[in-house]
Design a protein around this ligand. Structure first.
Ligand code: SAH
Length: 346
């Protein structure tokens, strides 16, 4: 059985042709799926025999909402979605002035091992299919009853550790026969897989790139992010400079502020020197505390001071606004709590 949400339009065309149907039917099916239709009977312009044939060899992959938390203060919704094999992933729906945005997971778990992060605590279980990634968007829209026009791939997982499916997902989401999402409304965040940064710049120069930096030196970054051993700061920054030169696109650097680790004036000054002259923006994220990591967060005041040092050096910076502060668990904690719960029940 084929999951139709996992096919790009060219793949859907091949599939439909293999069933002995004309190519234009693929566009019709694709169109219905990204209008949110989840039942072949809802595909009204398809002949009944074709709908029957489709239902015998394919299905429209769904995710089951296992948990949903809605913030009373700002409308943020956190979803825990169950996959068909019993795994679960998290997605977060956020309301901004410019529209609705969703944070999608790219893997069940993660193997990057960042020490402050909840998503990597239980390791990598498996890659998500492109269908499972796009389904988070479709299910969240159906549950929220609102359209989503911005995507950030910043949930659980390292998207560049699942490059093929990420690429396929991007092609599906941006195809004008379906959702026609603008490439510029999609942001992919990486912990710094250097070869994939170059590849991504060539494959998807219009999609926004965010890079998790969190430290301006190998000593600081390496103390939190094992990936820094493989691709140290100098190599990462060289790849980023080359990316901005080739694509002419601004990179967003994420910098999670951790008390006493990377939040001093000296840290800010080193960051300024590192990023000088680059087409970039720094997004400062006061750490979300994760139990058992031993890392502590910073005050809003410290974050504001850190931002000011960057701005004085001409480096644009923002402090990430905290959304959904009144609902349980930031960054992967819903899923982690669910894993703990199911272990306790077994
Ligand atoms: N693997 C990708 C995308 C997922 S993480 C990446 O590393 O970029 C999205 C962002 O949240 C990353 O910048 C990550 O470092 C950050 N993050 C993870 N746990 C966090 C926490 N507890 N507090 C603040 N930021 C966190």
């Amino acid at each position: 059985m084929v999951d139709l949400r996992n096919l790009t339009l060219p793949e859907m065309t091949e599939f439909v042709k293999s069933l002995g149907e004309p190519a234009f039917r693929a566009k019709q099916v694709f169109g219905w799926i990204y209008k949110g239709i989840t039942d072949f009977r809802g595909m009204k312009n398809l002949p009944e025999v074709f709908r029957l044939k489709l239902s015998e060899v394919s299905y429209i992959g769904r995710l089951e909402a296992l948990d949903e938390q809605v913030s009373k203060s700002d409308g943020t919704r956190k979803f825990l979605f169950g996959l068909s094999d019993g795994n679960a992933v998290e997605s977060v729906f956020m309301k901004y002035k410019y529209g609705n945005s969703i944070c999608l997971s790219s893997q069940a778990g993660c193997r990057m091992g960042c020490r402050f992060c909840a998503s990597t605590r239980a390791g990598l279980v498996r890659n998500l299919t492109a269908g499972e990634i796009i389904s988070q968007l479709l299910e969240a829209e159906a549950l929220a009853g609102e359209k989503i026009n911005h995507i950030v791939v910043m949930g659980t997982g390292e998207p560049f550790d699942n490059y093929e499916n990420l690429a396929r997902f991007t092609r599906i989401a941006t195809d004008s026969a379906g959702r026609g999402m603008s490439m510029r409304n999609i942001t992919v965040s990486t912990c710094g897989i250097v070869p994939a940064i170059e590849r991504f710049g060539e494959d998807f120069p219009q999609v926004n790139l965010a890079v998790s930096l969190h430290g301006a030196t190998d000593e600081v970054r390496g103390s939190m992010m094992p990936v820094n051993e493989r691709w140290p700061v100098a190599e990462l920054i060289a790849a980023c400079r080359s990316y901005t030169e080739k694509t002419r696109r601004r990179i967003t650097f994420e910098y999670t502020l951790v008390n006493g680790v990377n939040d001093s004036d000296r840290d800010a000054e080193k960051l300024c020197r590192l990023l000088r002259g680059m087409l970039c923006h720094v997004n400062l994220i006061p750490l979300n505390r994760v139990d058992g990591t031993g890392f502590d967060t910073v005050s809003r005041k410290r974050a504001a001071e850190f931002k000011e040092i960057l701005e004085k050096s001409g480096i644009p910076a923002t402090v990430r606004r905290e959304l959904g502060a009144d609902i349980d668990g930031a960054c992967g904690q819903l899923r982690l709590n669910n894993i703990k719960k199911s272990k306790a029940n077994n």
